[in-house]
Structure formats: C-alpha cells, structure tokens
Design a binder for this molecule. Structure first.
Ligand SMILES: Cc1ncc(COP(=O)(O)O)c(C=O)c1O
Length: 384
C-alpha cells in the first residue's frame, strides 16, 4: 500500500476504535423544519437556520434574481476583479445593523476568523481565549503566532488574573469569545468581559455566529464577527468594526485579499434576510421561546439561546441515542470530541422559528422514550 494511504487507513482505524470517525449521511432539507433521509421524513433539530430563512421565498427570489443578473460566482478576489456593488451594500447594511462604522464580508465565518485574528495580532502579542471557543477561533489564534492563554469557560476572574500577570509581556492583547457558545448554548458575560479587557487595553473579538437574530446583545465588542449562514440562512462571514480597522483588513486579512469574493447571490440573499429580520421581530423571538418551552418541560435550566445541549457522557451513548431518535422521526445530531471535551458528548438540540410547539413536545416525549433524559429528572424538577 502507498505510504499515504497506509497513513490514512491507520488514522481511520484509530478514529473507529474511539468511535470518533465522522460520516456523511445523505440528507435533503425539504422544508424549513424537515429533512428527508432515505425513505424517512424527520423533524430536524440539527440545523442552525434559526429563523427558517434558508427556504424563505423572499430570500430565494433575491438569490435567484442575482444569479440571473450577475452569474453564479464572483470571478476573483474583490481587489482583483472589481468590487461588486451588492457586497458594498451588504457591508453598509451589516454595519448599520450592528451599530459600527463599517463592515467587511468574507467567504465564510471560518474564513473571517482565520483572516481577522492574524491580521491584528502576531508573535509579539497575546491571545486570551475562552476554552470553549469555536475551532476557527483556535485556528485563527494559532495562525497569528501570538502566545495563546486559555481561560476557563466564562471565568472572568481567571481572565482578569491572566491579564494582570501577562499583559505587560506583550505589545497587544486580543480576547476571543462567543456571544452564544455553539455547543453549549450559553452566553458570554460580555459586559463584564469588555470592562476587564478594556482596563488592560486588550481588544475583544466576539463571534456572534449563534447570537445574531436570536438573542438581544447585552453589549457590543469593538470586533463583532459572525456568519451569514445561520440565522440569515445563506452563506458567508463578516466583521463589523471601526472604519480604520476595516480599512486595514482590506489590505491585511489574507482570507480577504487572496480569496475569491462572495458570490453576488449570497450577498443578495443576506440583504433579503436582513430585511425580514428587521421587519419581523416576532420571528427572532421564537427560537428562544421554543427552547425555553423545551427546557421547562425537561426541568433543565432555562435556555439562554436557540441551542440546548443534552449531556450524555460518552460518544457511543450519544451516537446510540441519536440513532434511536431517528426511529422516532427526529434528527438530533450527536456531538463528540474533539468538537467538545472528552467525556462530554451530547445531543445538541437547535430550535428554529420554523418549529411549532407540537414539534418541541414530540421531541420531549422522544427523548424520554429513548432514555436520553430520565423521568426521574422530571420528578426531581417537579415537572411530572
Ligand atoms: C461560533 C462559530 N463561528 C464560526 C463558525 C463558522 O462559520 P461558517 O459556517 O460561516 O464558516 C461557526 C460554525 O459553523 C461557529 O459555530
């Protein structure tokens, strides 16, 4: 066997032995809340389309019209081929929405993180990272070459002591966190974090991937980064910040300079989605309300976002429960290490404005029936 294939086979065998190999399952989204998998139609609780906009006729029409008018792709980097006016319009709109001077659109949220972080800090600097930060923030921090200090999840005392002990060693310091944590659904104590960071002249980047359109921000960071692919239902990433920061990134963020621009249709879709988000505030309130109905029914702490984890421990148990839920007509993905720490595998439940109350109640019953949560938990919580 070629050494390359032997390497891959050996790695796959290790992943199999630890139940960590990932597999793609053909699954078509057939409505905002339903998917087709083989001959089964499932209610999906595994999608980040929190407002059901990916399938909204207005969003689709905007994208289709842009494809008809401007074609399928951007053709080259915006600095090379010329800047499509729809992208400028989207940036203006995002900046207005976030209350910043300016914005810059990237090919995805992942590309935004790995472009922005290394453009702002380097080997002489510090990155302070919440331990549960998304993989792309970790990648961005590593790419920057800065010294990375990790603080315990949402532990503001530890952040303050790290800054007190280490801030003087670095020219610049950047704190990285998420407004809503992607696998836990809880929120960063952003006001407190910003106050601590600012007192040490450390900058803060908050990734709002799972917050935008779903939760009301308690504070705004100087660097507000996010994605167009979750509540906005489309594809792409962005950073909202001051005018000089955005201007600098146009020259220094490598994933902006050296990557093809976002397709005009993705910009058109995001603009249409922002129109809906602003015109229909009741839509934004729904995912959290449904998540709270769910946590109340199961006697869990009240949901803080559209995401609710059901911790089950080992990867094998998470996989078995997820498979059992499919038999009950529910798609709830098993999240395993390394996405989450060892021993904290979970079912990640994501609610959408497209679900109805009956979907939530059916999921509660299915979780009880497969044994993902015990009826004794409900008795303890006084819910039976
Ligand atoms: C917190 C967070 N940031 C960034 C991303 C990446 O965004 P995108 O899918 O647009 O690349 C994700 C998830 O996909 C995420 O959960």
């Amino acid at each position: 066997m070629h050494s390359l294939d032997a390497f891959a086979e050996a790695k796959l065998a290790t992943l199999d032995a630890r139940h960590l190999r990932r597999r793609l399952t053909p699954t078509a989204r057939i409505s905002p809340a339903h998917v087709q998998r083989g001959d089964r139609t499932l209610i999906s609780f595994s999608c980040n389309d929190y407002l059901g906009l990916a399938q909204d006729p207005r969003v689709k029409a905007a994208a289709i019209a842009a494809v008809e008018q401007y074609g399928a792709g951007a053709g080259a980097s915006r600095l090379v081929t010329g800047d499509h006016p729809l992208l400028g319009r989207l940036e203006h709109r995002l900046a207005r929405f976030k209350g910043t001077d300016a914005a810059l659109v990237f090919g995805s949220g992942y590309l935004a993180n790995i472009g922005v972080i290394p453009a702002l800090v380097g080997p002489a600097d510090l990155v302070l990272l919440d331990e549960l930060s998304h993989a792309c923030m970790v990648s961005g921090a590593r790419l920057s070459g800065a010294r990375i200090l990790t603080f315990a999840h949402n532990d503001m005392d530890e952040l303050a002591s790290l800054l007190a002990a280490e801030r003087h060693t670095a020219a610049r310091a950047l704190v990285l966190t998420e407004r809503v944590f992607s696998m836990d659904g809880d929120r960063a104590p952003l006001s407190a974090l910003l106050a601590i960071a600012e007192s040490y002249d450390a900058w803060t980047l908050v990734d709002d991937a799972h917050g935008l359109g779903v939760v009301t921000p308690d504070a705004a960071a100087p660097l507000e980064l996010g994605t167009l692919s979750k509540a906005l239902g489309g594809f792409g990433g962005y950073l909202c910040a001051s005018a000089p920061v955005i201007e600098l990134l146009k020259s220094r963020a490598r994933t902006f300079v050296y990557a093809t621009g976002l397709p005009p249709a993705a910009a058109a879709a995001a603009l249409a989605a922002l129109d809906i988000l602003e015109a229909e505030p009741e839509r934004s309130a729904r995912p959290l309300a449904l998540a709270r109905r769910f946590t109340a029914a199961l006697g869990l702490a009240p949901a803080q976002s559209a995401i609710v984890p059901i911790h089950v421990g080992e990867a094998t148990r998470a996989l078995a429960l997820s498979a059992a839920l499919v038999e009950h007509g529910m798609l709830v993905v098993a999240i395993r290490p390394p996405t989450v720490p060892e021993g904290t595998a979970r079912l990640r439940v994501a609610f959408s404005a497209a679900h109805d109350e009956a979907d939530v109640d059916a999921l509660v019953q299915a979780l009880l029936q497969v044994g993902a949560v015990g009826s004794q938990d409900l008795e303890v919580a006084g819910c039976t």
